[in-house]
Design a protein around this ligand. Structure first.
Ligand code: SF4
Ligand code: SF4
Length: 110
């Protein structure tokens, strides 16, 4: 069966917002290669230095920061959004029963 890769946003726990200083980008595409979500594309237009620059589709970004880590000119900033902390409840009854609290917390966080 043939499969086709799409850029449809998936339901994600963590999301990211990428901000790129496009005037400092030299279009080397290292960040684009590092992005597993295909969230980065090269522009058609040129920046002040005459380079095509990177544009982010933040709808696809997971906030993994790979792009920022590989950028040799450090022109990418990633802000993470979402990923709300879960409220974990341990009842007094569970405490009395001596349940393994750490296991409960880990299970809730998964
Ligand atoms: S933070 Fe991760 S998912 Fe978002 S654009 Fe960068 S490499 Fe892609
Ligand atoms: S790695 Fe940095 S300089 Fe290279 S294309 Fe991406 S943002 Fe631009």
């Amino acid at each position: 069966m043939e499969t086709t890769k799409t850029n449809t946003p998936r339901e994600r726990k963590l999301k990211g917002k990428v901000v790129i200083d496009i005037q400092k980008c030299k279009g080397c595409e290292l960040c684009r290669t590092a992005c597993k979500e295909d969230a980065l594309i090269l522009s058609e237009s040129l920046n002040n230095k005459g380079y095509r620059y990177i544009i982010a589709n933040n709808d696809l970004c997971t906030g993994c920061v790979n792009c920022a880590l590989v950028c040799p000119d450090a022109v990418i900033t990633v802000y993470r959004t979402g990923g709300k902390k879960k409220k974990i409840e341990i009842t007094p009854g569970e405490l009395k029963e001596g349940k393994n609290i750490i296991s409960s917390i880990i299970a809730e966080l998964k």
